[in-house]
Design a protein around this ligand. Structure first.
Ligand code: GUN
Ligand code: ZN
Length: 442
């Protein structure tokens, strides 16, 4: 058989079994070994951006006698991370001191995002952000784009130049925002339409209807968001909910007819199985039930929640309601794009509530689990042949400190735990997007 562009990667391969769901972990299968594949001295064959085969190196290499082998012996080859909540526009305001959500937005975030009114500055910032994202091993993200049409267009250009799978849209706001970040509802909608026509489902790009949050949206904007979803039912939606107590009080005042925060979005048809809700800390029982019934996608952002003093996401309770739990860095409320660090913080949020989240469970939530929640598991999230070859190389010996500890692990569970607890971008040796190394991408 002729093989174009075939490459063989040799290393310790780790990925989840295709059929696993979050329930399998909670049912205690973590230890049974049926939920994952860990192939020490394994082989990953990649051709034309897709996974061709995976297996034991010594057995499978015979099938590819002439192929180029890239040797990552001793390193882990694993699917790239999926970050389901971040802000492309906030690299310039991470690590801003002393404020909780609403003041933090007004004092730091909105002024920072005003840089995106200039297209050159926007492109520079987007390129910085994407380099950092990829350095951290994230190969798919759901993220908030800029306000304007032209900066959002630049974002999509830069995404497609890298061929990175991404779900994003122009962040729409039409009240409770500074003048420079406020557009009339209709203009937000028209910008969205132009972007959808140009970019949605082009290559690996998907559009997300992005009303920033109900607090900065008029009813007209939410109504127009609904129109977009009605006109284009396959669009994603992303927004924030129940992140901060002052925010929730504000929602009661702005939407006095609403039963609760989620009811505002539900009233406008925005609670769907393609809606990603960031934060979800203060859900009422009724909101948990509606999230479950609509199969909405939850994105927990533990680093941001701790940094902004927002509160603790109730992992145990959410797991009782839904499988569709994913994780987000929420840069710049979160101070890092490392999903390893996000996983570490998620563990600590559990511990603060006397709930232990297994290592495998957490890793699943930002790989195959997120792919399933987003409806993308036919193309990403594991190494099933035919899927897109988005993978990362993790070096467990990248630093002396991590090496000292990983030398002493007993099994894959402990190895994952140590990588999540001690790791960050230092451990990510390379990130491959659609079969291409991003190391020297400029
Ligand atoms: N709610 C509305 N906008 C934002 C934002 O930019 N970051 C966070 N963490 N919450 C928000
Ligand atoms: Zn956010």
């Amino acid at each position: 058989m002729e093989h174009n562009d075939l490459k063989i990667y040799k290393g310790n391969i780790f990925y989840f079994d295709e059929n696993v769901t979050l329930k399998d972990f909670t049912a205690g299968k973590e230890a049974s070994g049926t939920i994952y594949h860990y192939i020490e001295n394994g082989l990953l064959a990649v051709e034309n951006g897709k996974i061709l085969a995976v297996g034991d190196y010594n057995t499978c290499i015979k099938d590819y006698p002439d192929a180029q082998v890239i040797d990552y012996s001793g390193k882990m080859i694993t699917p790239g991370f999926i970050d389901t909540h971040l802000h492309v526009t906030q690299s310039g305001t991470v690590a801003a001191y002393g404020e909780k959500l609403l003041e933090w937005l007004n004092n730091y975030v909105f002024p920072c995002e005003s840089a995106y009114l200039d297209d050159d500055a926007a492109r520079t910032d987007i390129n910085f952000f994407l380099r950092e994202l990829i350095k951290n091993g994230t190969t798919t993200a759901v993220g908030y784009g800029p306000l304007t049409y032209s900066a959002t267009d630049i974002l999509f250009e830069e995404l497609s130049r890298r061929n990175i799978r991404f779900i994003t849209g122009n962040t729409m706001q039409d009240r409770n925002s500074p003048e420079y970040l406020t557009l009339p509802a209709k203009e937000n909608y028209e910008n969205a339409l132009k972007i959808i026509h140009k970019w949605h489902n082009k290559g690996r790009q998907s559009y997300a209807i992005t009303p920033r949050f109900a607090f900065s949206s008029t009813e007209e904007l939410l109504e127009l968001s609904k129109s977009l979803k009605t006109e284009y039912p396959d669009l994603y939606i992303q927004t924030h909910i129940d992140e901060n107590l002052a925010e929730i009080e504000g929602i009661k005042t702005l939407f006095p007819w609403s039963k609760n925060y989620l009811d505002v979005y539900d009233h406008f048809g925005l609670v769907t199985d393609k809606t990603v809700f960031g934060h979800c800390i203060y859900l009422t029982d009724e909101e948990y039930m509606v999230m479950r019934d609509r199969q909405a996608i939850i994105s927990s952002c533990p680093i941001s929640n701790n940094f902004l003093g927002s509160g603790l996401f109730n992992i145990k309770k959410m797991m009782q309601y839904t499988d569709r739990i994913t994780l987000g860095s929420d840069l710049g409320g979160g101070n890092t794009l490392s999903m390893l660090a996000v996983l570490d913080e998620f563990y600590k949020v559990g511990m603060l509530q006397d709930f232990k989240v297994y290592s495998m469970t957490r890793w699943f939530l930002c790989t195959l689990g997120a792919a399933k929640s987003l409806g993308l598991s036919d193309v990403i999230g594991s190494f099933k042949p035919g899927k897109e070859a988005d993978f990362i190389i993790i070096d467990p010996k990248a630093t002396e400190f991590v090496s000292y500890r990983t030398d002493r692990v007993n099994d894959i569970y402990e190895l994952l735990f140590v990588l999540m607890t001690l790791g960050d971008s230092n451990l990510i040796e390379d990130t491959y997007i659609y079969g291409k190394s991003m190391k020297n991408f400029v």
